[in-house]
Design a protein around this ligand. Structure first.
Ligand code: NDP
Length: 285
């Protein structure tokens, strides 16, 4: 079997068009949705992500602004910058690009973002909503994965979903979202004994570890849907995921490539969450 490739880039273009229509409607009502992106320091990968996020906002006709802050900014000054954006009526979504320098308490930063502008979905309030099954802003990467599955009409209900990785931004929220959709969910970590025993049971396998080639063909159930969230830069400059794409595509039913799989959808869901934040603001006025 050769898997169908889930073309995240192409799907993102189509999904963004739907959100552009909602942006146009908001504009007709006198609201221009606005996203503020804060970047601290000079992490090259973060700079690429931020550039792509700003570009996506322009594509759908939204306002976006970049707040480029120095590596040695104090935590107090960063929190003050967020507070100003919390009060700014032209801004509906605030995103602080992670990781932050070590001298800054990331939790304090995330808790400072107003919940109604927390379009990355990392505030405890929104994470709590995820547990309760009614979050307003699902974290963008797992939300993008869910959107890809739905777009490709891949059944979730009653399926075995195995998630490899338990970070707060990908693995854990992904598990909650698939559980909410009535999958039977298993979460694996670096401490899991015999990873293959679990991955080979998966109808839907989501891998988010940052370990190239962690998942090989022998670990995948024939016909499974394999979603590779990982982004790893190899020494030779190539960008790869956590899955041995060439091997696994011969076994899986569906597979996402890296690049061009989950990444473009992550950015699309950021646009979606910002549009929703603006719509809620309009509804509240
Ligand atoms: P973290 O480093 O925060 O988490 C990695 C997780 O993988 C941890 O839970 C860790 O387990 C687990 N893990 C590591 N090694 C193994 C192993 N051998 N077997 C099983 N589990 C293992 O990473 P993130 O969640 O932030 O990101 C994961 C990957 O996804 C990265 O490559 C990142 O670049 C990419 N990413 C891609 C995005 C996109 O838009 N496509 C967005 C966000 C991230 P433990 O907890 O036990 O240490």
């Amino acid at each position: 079997m050769t898997a169908k490739i889930i073309d995240g880039k192409e799907i993102a273009v189509k999904v963004r068009q739907q959100w552009k229509e909602r942006v146009d409607k908001l504009k007709e009502s006198g609201i221009l949705p606005g996203l503020a992106v804060i970047i601290v320091g000079d992490n090259p990968a973060s700079r690429v992500y931020v550039r792509n996020k700003i570009k996506a906002c322009h594509e759908v006709g939204m306002h976006s602004e970049l707040h480029d802050l120095p590596e040695d900014i104090s935590e107090t000054m960063l929190l003050e910058a967020i507070e100003r954006l919390n009060q700014d009526k032209t801004i509906h979504g605030i995103l602080v690009q992670l990781p932050l320098p070590e001298h800054i308490d990331v939790n304090r930063v995330l808790e400072t973002i107003a919940v109604e502008k927390d379009v990355d979905g990392f505030h405890l309030y929104n994470l709590g909503g995820l547990v309760a099954g009614n979050t307003v802003f699902p974290p963008c990467t797992p939300y993008g994965v869910q959107c890809l599955l739905e777009y490709c009409e891949i059944s979730i209900e009653g399926e075995n979903a195995v998630i490899v990785g338990r970070s707060n931004i990908v693995g854990k929220p992904m598990a909650l979202m698939l559980l909410q959709k009535s999958a039977t969910v298993t979460v694996c970590t670096s401490k899991t004994k015999d990873l293959k025993q679990f991955t080979s049971l998966a109808d839907i396998l989501v891998v988010a570890t940052g370990k190239p080639n962690l998942i090989t063909a022998d670990m995948v159930k024939p016909g499974a849907t394999v979603i590779d969230v990982g982004i790893n830069r190899l020494d030779d400059g190539r960008l790869v995921g956590d899955v041995d794409f060439e091997g696994v595509k011969e076994v899986a039913g569906y597979i996402t490539p890296v690049p061009g799989g989950v990444g473009p959808m992550t950015i699309t869901m950021l646009v979606a969450n910002t549009v929703i934040a603006a719509e809620q603001k309009l509804g509240a006025e």
